[in-house]
Design a protein around this ligand. Sequence first.
Ligand code: XMP
Length: 622
Amino acid sequence: MSQLLPNFLKIRTLGAMQHEKIVILDFGGQYAHLIASRIRRLGVLSEIRLPDQTTADDLQEKNIKGIILSGGPQSVFAEDSPRTDDAIFDLGIPVLGICYGHQYLAQALGGKVAPGTTGEFGRAEFTHDGQCPLFENIPSPTVVWMNHVDAVGTFAPGFDPAGSTEHCETAAAFDPKKNFYSVQFHLEVTHTPEGNAIFENFLDLCGCSRDWSVEQFLAEQEAQLQKKVGDKNVFLFVSGGVDSTVTFALLTKVLGPDRVRGLFVDTGLLRQNEVEQVETSIRAIGADLTTLHEADHFLGKLKGITDPEQKREIIGHAFLEVQQQFFKQHNLDESWLLAQGTIYPDTIETGGTQNADKIKTHHNRAPEVQKLIDAGKVIEPVAELYKDEVRRLGELLGLPKELVWRHPFPGPGLGVRILCAPEDIDQPIAEPVNAFTLQRKTRPFVALPIKSVGVQGDFRTYRHPGVLTSVPGEKTLDNLEKFATKLVNHYDDINRCTFLLGQNFSGKISRIQVAQTDISPDRVTRLQQADAIVTRLLREMKVYQDVWQFPVVLIPVAFNGTGSESIVLRPIDSIDAMSASVGKLPWEFFDRAATEILKQDPQISAVLLDCTSKPPGTIEWE
Ligand code: XMP
């Protein structure tokens, strides 16, 4: 194992079992995680390694059955394009190259890559002649997902062509002697319908026996954790999220409640009744949980703060203070270890969004914690697992389904869902708002005088959200989403678009007021109440699992002199949070949610439905 490996990878490797495994060399972007989780779901352990830190020597483990070279955003011609130790191709281990990996393999083994100009993006029809075993039982043609500019010009010696698309003659190749395969398309995305079947073929070609499952993981952890922990005791901070809760349940099951202590920090920025719900479900499995009531501490620090990034920093810092104080007060001696619910994507640098990374890294790799890691006093029992595996483990451990399958919730909690304003604004609206022509003079929306975050191209943008009061054609979510995209592409002062679902006023929007405000306890309660209505309706109407996440956001915006604030509903359909579309729930859901929210709180001026995909909007408003 390379000396260059960061500490967290060393910790993880200590616990690795001798499962058969597929190593994925991560050439960048998000592709490696998608590949790794696909392989695991097919019953083979997968591990992501960094190509520039992996040598052929590192891959000499006898349980490594195959190597996958992932896609990546770079061109092989770029000066700093990622490379690996090409001696790995002499190890006799089967290799599969995907996209960048396809081109890298050609180039490294003596073929040629041709620089492209236009590229091939999205759906393509792949045709093959059935000669390459990677495509055994795969229909031809079959739909595949392309995302490339350069293409292989000449295959390396020993390689035979294995298939093509209309725009790419060299879409697949194989070297039957070496057991090397390579494809230009992305078989890891759901848009390549035969992707899983092709991976299955590769696993067969690697001779994998499929010895990986979460059930197996649990069975092995019992002995492993006993060994790792020895006669020490363990404590951990529970956030109420899936990862830390499952870690807590696992440790409690293996070590018994007397040796595991959980600390739950009530930041005051959790959802309504969340503290009680988390306490109840954790105690139901017999675990020992102490709640630290720190709402005053967190809200005190946030007083007067309106800037989103500053809020995130303050919340992250307040967590650390609580932890540090705990370390100090309890004078933790040699008999204690710290456990953390770090999961696999957190330990690999490409995972998550910029913000998620920042906050998570902040928590799990804070200097105080890093010191403990260096001293060997930290265990991370689910650090090898993906989220869906952690959820499965939670179920096996008997945690309630509602807890295990909860929507993801950001680390800073409701703190990033309560928009603040540094000053009062009072703006009369003179324009008509339902003319549907795309002309800068007659805008079919009202731009709110606040800003929210979006992601356009490679950049985060802070721009105004638009409000639509009607939509051309049928009032469907599909139509709204399409129209929102058109508007955001056309008008460069907005980065997302909402639809007015319900309001406290009649007639057209004629005035918008923004009140100077920070995160006050009243505003937290206001958002908690609206959020609770949404969660209850999602469950009552049995559509909770039909959306991936559903942020409810409080904005300090009042229309036509009614109320003081408004609520935004943000239903999300996504797989990995990197891209997202609007969660397509029935209209009845939105109508009921808007009606109940307005009825419950007369201070709510309007309820808006965010109908922007990501990009150009982000999932959260801050
Ligand atoms: P965005 O808003 O970037 O969100 O599209 C993507 C995913 O990340 C979550 N998120 C966060 N999680 N700390 C977290 O732990 C944060 O500061 C943070 N910001 C966004 C968000 O809920 C979504 O699932």
